[in-house]
Unconditional design. Structure first.
Length: 345
């Protein structure tokens, strides 16, 4: 848990809750922050006693500072990880969700929950994901990858290129880092003059930035657990989009499970979620997000290979709607990972 991405606080909240849940099922659990090492009981109590998920994500300066500790800490804990039956990955974003940690664990022969290193990397890269969704007959919004020079509208060429993007995609558009989560660095741009500042903001969080056609409609999410699609959920945020604050601050969004849509639409979006899951070669569990237009058309937004497991997170709510308690959900994720590990031996 923890890690060094902009979703560090969310990851700590997820990891602590998962640890409690697995302990309640009789498992021996050690909590490890990949940036700071194993957490003591006192550390866990301290973190649980404060609002772990802050109103704003950690600053880039703070993330760079803790990032320097990741490799030394992982080197220290790898011998103990090798003795574990399974590593439960409660990391979000960055090295935790982009396949880096997964590749390290694969190299060391240590089994872990969720998707493998290649699938994790594919899902984290929104540009590559969209290409694979299209190949898998999963519709997604049109998009363009921004160039760094577009962050400044001073150059005539940059202005012309952005004008071409607006002509192609229309307004509004969504500008976001290509390899981030939790809507960190994301903006909805409605006026041409706001495009360059939004691109500049997104480039603070990633070296690649996507400009995507905004799809008006309802936001739906489908959890995949093994081979099963969980009940569809609908997210109704207080803000225009389901941003960082709406995701992790209680009362900032209404989340309905199951979503109030017809059985036909439910079956359709669940099938699309399974296709997206397969297109990216995911395994274990994931959350696939969609927009549904008034005409009942679905557009896949993204796949989350390590979705949040906090008290307000969506996969636990979807599981609860299917009659699966949070501790049972965590244990199922562990058992899926153990089965996958056995199959690969």
């Amino acid at each position: 848990m923890g890690g060094t991405s902009a979703e560090r606080d969310v990851s700590l909240a997820s990891g602590l809750r998962v640890a409690e849940a697995l302990r309640s099922r009789g498992h021996d659990v050690t909590a490890i922050d990949t940036a700071r090492g194993p957490l003591s009981d006192a550390d866990e109590r301290m973190l649980l006693g404060r609002p772990v998920v802050q109103r704003e994500p950690p600053s880039q300066a703070e993330l760079r500072r803790v990032a320097k500790e990741t490799l030394p800490q992982m080197q220290r804990v790898l011998p103990s990880l090798a003795q574990a039956d399974i590593v439960f990955l409660g990391l979000h974003g960055g090295a935790g969700e982009d396949g880096t940690i997964q590749a390290l664990l694969d190299l060391a022969g240590i089994p872990y929950t969720g998707s493998g290193h290649l699938a994790s990397a594919l899902a984290m890269d929104k540009d590559l994901s969209k290409h694979l969704f299209a190949r898998g007959d999963v519709r997604t919004a049109e998009w363009v990858m921004a160039l760094p020079e577009w962050a400044s509208a001073k150059a005539r060429d940059a202005r012309e290129k952005m004008a071409d993007v607006i002509d192609s995609l229309g307004l509004p558009v969504v500008v976001k880092p290509s390899k981030q989560g939790s809507t960190v660095g994301l903006s909805v741009v409605k006026e041409p003059e706001n495009l360059a500042p939004a691109i500049a903001e997104a480039f603070q969080y990633d070296d690649e930035v996507m400009i995507e056609r905004f799809i008006p409609g309802r936001e739906l999410t489908v959890g995949i657990l093994g081979e099963d699609a969980l009940p569809v959920g609908e997210i109704i945020p207080k803000h225009e989009i389901y941003d960082y604050e709406c995701k992790y601050q209680a009362g900032m969004a209404v989340e309905e499970f199951p979503a109030k849509i017809s059985s036909t639409l439910t079956a359709t979006v669940q099938e699309l979620a399974r296709r997206a899951f397969g297109a990216l070669k995911l395994r274990g569990y994931a959350r696939i997000d969609f927009r549904m237009t008034d005409a009942g058309e679905f557009f896949c937004l993204e796949a989350n290979t390590l979705p949040g497991m906090t008290q307000t997170s969506l996969i636990p709510q979807a599981a609860a709607a299917a009659g699966i308690s949070f501790p049972e959900l965590c244990e199922r994720i562990v058992r899926l990972a153990l089965s996958a590990s056995t199959a690969r031996v």
